[in-house]
Structures are given as structure tokens and as C-alpha cells.
Design a protein around this ligand. Structure first.
Ligand code: F6P
Length: 547
């Protein structure tokens, strides 16, 4: 069984949403607040250590109830059950989508092809625990008997972004092992990293679901050659491990079966950090923290699966994306974490969201007649305030933004934290309220400007406001809360895909470039340029070979 298909724009609720949209599209957020005393109660959710305030969005209670009608018409509840119970919802690749099974409790039963997958999930989790503990406590030694000091994750896409983002986000919780990430096929990337490494004390973790990815295999081969320049061949066993579904190819690469951490094809690359792909996380922050991350995600899974949609964080977050994307015509969404630790969060979500929902064919195989996946971008505040916020405040584009913050500072500098949080809160207030002509005049007058000067400046200093934001306020950045946050976005992606009637779990769009790169590589290396390319492409190939 697969997901049901419904063109969302042909539903009754969509028509109702269209008419509701024309009723409220010109209303200012300030009016929503002044006309509804219950707005915060209705449009915010306190759940565990999360406080999510949706009230600064251009919606009313009615918007949510119409979206709930839409959810019924597109069979969201049924889709959620299929997602969690291992239905083949990734139909185009013939697979279940079960990253949720990787963090489910031990007594859960999830069947794939008639077999409960949970026992194996826990076997792999045990293997991750015992290996990472041995590396961390020094009982796993390098080939000269020294303890490991550095770990290098070699992977790309989901085999890099997830672990890299989590390791960086949890830097505060890191142990003595120094993590490194090699991803780009650009040879300068790995060279810059290995130049500082001692082969005797470095562990390489090759991560590739397919073990066919050009970038990862090239980096793994070059790094193995670099390693073998100063080490005997049998040293590989102590210094190279791999995570993959493709056990045969890993063995052919020269890695002992005992050093292979298996994963399953029902784990999508961009949702795989909870699997053995998270080995680098377990090594860098310790397995207890890795398990806490998984536990946090499990709690969000339970919330998502059981909370009514009007109090369901990922569901409402997804409604908002559809609302702005399909009704207001917004093309992008910004993710602004007010913590430097989440520096890589937007980059990570770019793959999660854009690789999943960047589709233009519906689940019936027809071209969609409406907009789907949004552009995702962002940088931490307050840095981003001094970079691109001007455009969010006064530009011509509507950019809904998620503002994420953690109330407690990890190092505990209260003064800095007060400043950071004031900025976090002030920005959403400013984006909502803006600044009126009267306010601008009043301020300029107070600054001592003359009448003429004031009138000249007024148009430039007015802020319309009415720019929507969602505030996701969390008590403290910890493995568990981070797990919840990541899982929240995973489920939001799922709900969007269900509403848009697309398949979120394949990524055929990345294949064509890979194919052409192979052909071009052969031609460049043999210096036999074929005529199967257009003039522009040939020109670039010639330029490369001549320089
Ligand atoms: O970019 C395409 C992609 O297939 C991603 O979905 C995946 O995360 C990445 O390549 C890496 O793939 P693999 O883990 O098989 O090396």
C-alpha cells in the first residue's frame, strides 16, 4: 500500500482557504492581536521544554481549522500511520521510510517485509555504543598502540551534513576526540584536513549508504593512499571503519567485516543521522549523548503521531509553509537560530527540505499545477541581522522566518545571553509591528531635525511590518532538545509532501548532473572531447584542458 493521492487544489477546503485568504491577506498582524484576546492561547504550543509561538503569523484560528479540513481531505492521519508503520511510502524507490524506527523504543514492533526491524536496530545501536566507548576510553588503539585522538568522517550529503551539523551543534558536549569532516571531491578539502593528522592516532569513518558515491569513494581512496604511505597494510583494520548498506563493496575496499556498521535501505540519506551514520556523533560527544539525541527525536515522534493537529507543532509548521508558499506566493523561508552552535542548521535543512520537496510531479505522475518546495536559507542571529535582515524588514519579498533560541546559555555568560535573547525577541517584534509614519516623525523631531528634513526622510524610515515569524523557544541546547528540533523539521517535511501530493523521499533530480559529470570526466581525462555537447559546454571543457 502507498499514500493516497489527492490534488490539494481540487479539494473543498482549498477553495475555502482561497476565499479566507482574500479576506485576510491585507490585514495587519497588529489587527489580529487587537481583535482577538485569545490569540496567544490558540496559536502557541507549550510542549515539554518547547514553547512555540505561531501567533506572529498571518493566520487566525479559522486558518488552522480550514487547514485541518484540508488535512482530512488529503488523508494526513492515514498517511502518518503509514509512515510510522513501514508502508512503502517511498513508492518510486519501492521502500518504506523508517528513520522513526531507528529511535523507537525497544518494545515497539515495526515490520518490513514481514520482519520486525527493531531487534536489528538495537543490535546496531549496541555495536555503535561498544565501538565508540572503546575509542573514547582508549582501549581501541591505533596500529602502533596509541589511543585515537582524531576522527575523520568521510561522506557527503546525508552522510555528512547530519553528523557534521549535530557534532557542531553539540560542541559543548564534545570529548577529547577531535572531529573532522571531509565531503567535497575538491582534493584541496581532504588535503587541508590530513595535513594536520597523525595516521597513528586517526580513525577514518567512511560513510556512504550506497558506497558508490564519486566524492566519498575518491576521498576514501586518496586518504587510504595517504595513510598507507607511512603505515603497513594491516594498519587499515585499526584505522578505517565504514557505514553502508553495501557490505560487499565495503569489503572490496579493504575494510574488515567486523568494522562495518550496517544500515538499511529504508533509511533515507538525509534522514540517516539516527542510524550508524551517526557513528561520528557517538564518537565525538559520547554514546549517552547520542542516545539522548535519539530519545528526543522519539518524543517528537510521539507528539507528532498523537497530538491533535491544532496543537501539533510539525503539522502547524507545515500548514504555514503551504499557506505562505501557495497563497501568499512566498518563495523562500529563513531559518534563524539565535545560537552560534546551530551555525550549520540551515545548511543541513537545505538538504532535508529541498531534496525532499523540490519536486514538480505529483503522486499520479502529472506535472503539479501549483508551487511545491520552498527555498531554505539562514544564518545565526545576531550575525544575520548585520547581513541580510535589511531585506527581510524592508525588501519587497515576503520571507516567513523561523526564529529558534535556547533560553539558557551553555557557558553561562548572563550579560551576553541577555543581549542575545533581547535581539531574538526584538527582531520578531520589529518584523511584526514595523514603524509607522507617525512614529518616525516623532523620533526624528526628538532628534532635533527640521520639518523639511523630517519629511524627506520619512518614507525611507517607515517599516511596514506584517512580516511573519514563528518563535521556537527551547529551554536549553542539549542532545535531547536538539533531537526534538531535528525531528520536528523531518515531520514538517513529511506533512508538506502529503499536502502537495508529491513523493518526498526520492531524489532523482540529483542524478542527471552525476551522469553527465562521468561522461565529461572520461572525455577530459582522455582529452577526447566528443561533439555530443553544446558549444558552451565544449568551450568550458576546452578551457579546462588548455589551462
Ligand atoms: O545527493 C544525492 C544523495 O543521494 C543524497 O541523497 C545522499 O545523502 C548523498 O547523495 C550521499 O549518498 P551516499 O550516502 O550513498 O554516499
Amino acid at each position: 500500500m502507498a499514500l493516497k493521492t489527492t490534488n490539494p487544489t481540487k479539494t473543498n477546503s482549498w477553495k475555502k482557504l482561497e476565499s479566507h485568504f482574500s479576506d485576510i491577506k491585507s490585514k495587519h498582524l497588529k489587527e489580529f492581536f487587537s481583535s482577538d484576546k485569545n490569540r496567544i492561547k490558540d496559536l502557541s504550543i507549550s510542549w515539554e521544554d518547547f514553547y512555540v509561538d505561531f501567533s506572529k503569523n498571518r493566520i487566525t484560528k479559522k486558518t488552522l481549522s480550514l487547514f485541518n479540513e484540508l488535512a482530512e481531505e488529503v488523508h494526513l492521519k492515514d498517511a502518518i500511520e503509514r509512515y510510522f508503520t513501514g508502508d512503502i511510502i517511498n513508492k518510486t524507490e519501492g521502500r518504506a521510510v523508517l528513520h522513526t524506527a531507528l529511535r523507537a523504543s525497544r518494545d515497539t514492533k515495526v515490520y518490513v517485509d514481514g520482519e520486525d526491524v527493531i531487534p536489528e536496530v538495537y543490535q546496531v545501536r549496541e555495536k555503535i555504543r561498544s565501538f565508540s566507548e572503546a575509542v573514547i576510553n582508549g582501549s581501541h588503539k591505533g596500529y602502533t598502540g596509541k589511543a585515537i585522538t582524531d576522527i575523520v568522517n568521510i561522506g557527503i550529503g546525508g552522510s555528512d551534513l547530519g553528523p557534521a551539523m549535530v557534532v557542531d551543534s553539540l560542541k559543548y558536549y564534545q570529548n577529547h576526540l577531535k572531529p573532522h569532516f571531509v565531503s567535497n571531491v575538491d582534493g584541496d578539502h581532504y588535503q587541508e584536513i590530513v595535513k594536520e593528522l597523525n595516521p597513528e592516532t586517526t580513525l577514518f569513518v567512511i560513510v556512504s549508504k550506497t558506497f558508490t558515491t564519486q566524492e566519498t569513494l575518491s576521498n576514501a581512496n586518496s586518504i587510504r593512499n595517504w595513510f598507507l604511505k607511512s603505515t603497513p597494510k594491516d594498519a587499515i583494520a585499526k584505522h578505517f571503519v565504514a557505514v553502508s548498506t553495501n557490505i560487499e563493496s565495503v569489503k572490496a575496499f579493504g575494510i574488515d567485516e567486523a568494522n562495518i556498521f550496517p544500515m538499511k535501505d529504508w533509511v533515507g540519506g538525509r534522514f540517516s543521522l539516527w542510524s550508524a551514520v551517526g557513528l561520528s556523533i557517538s564518537l565525538a560527544v559520547g554514546n549517552d549523548n547520542f542516545e539522548n539525541l535519539l530519545d528526543g527525536a522519539k518524543e517528537m515522534d510521539i507528539h507528532f503521531r498523537s497530538a491533535p493537529f491544532t496543537k501539533n507543532i510539525p503539522v502547524i509548521a507545515a500548514y504555514l509553509t503551504v499557506w505562505y508558499n501557495n497563497f501568499f506566493g512566498a518563495e523562500s523561508e529563513a531559518i534563524i537560530p539565535y545560537t552560534q552552535y546551530l551555525n550549520q542548521f540551515a545548511t543541513y535543512l537545505q538538504q532535508g527540505i529541498m531534496e525532499s520537496n523540490g519536486k514538480s510531479v505529483d503522486r499520479d505522475g502529472n506535472k503539479t499545477t501549483f508551487e511545491t518546495g520552498t527555498l531554505i536559507w539562514g544564518e545565526p542571529g545576531t550575525n544575520s541581522q548585520h547581513a541580510f535582515f535589511q531585506l527581510i524588514h524592508q525588501g519587497t519579498k515576503l520571507i516567513p522566518a523561523d526564529f529558534i533560541a535556547f533560553a539558557e546559555s551553555l557557558h553561562g555568560n548572563k550579560d551576553h545571553q541577555d543581549k542575545l535573547m533581547s535581539n531574538y525577541i526584538a527582531q520578531t517584534e520589529a518584523l511584526m509591528n514595523g514603524k509607522t509614519t507617525e512614529e518616525v516623525r516623532f523620533e526624528l523631531k526628538k532628534d532635533g531635525l527640521g520639518k523639511e528634513e523630517i519629511e524627506q526622510l520619512v518614507p525611507f524610515k517607515v517599516f511596514d511590518g506584517n512580516r511573519p515569524t514563528t518563535s521556537i523557544f527551547i529551554k536549553k541546547l542539549a542532545p535531547k532538545s536538539l533531537g526534538k528540533l531535528i525531528a520536528m523539521y523531518e515531520h514538517k517535511i513529511f506533512v508538506q509532501g502529503v499536502i502537495w501530493n508529491i513523493y518526498s523521499y526520492d531524489q532523482f533530480g540529483v542524478e542527471l548532473g552525476k551522469q553527465l559529470a562521468k561522461t565529461i570526466l572520461n572525455e577530459l581525462q582522455s582529452n577526447k572531447l566528443s561533439n555530443n555537447h553544446d558549444e558552451s559546454t565544449l568551450g568550458l571543457m576546452r578551457y579546462y584542458n588548455e589551462n
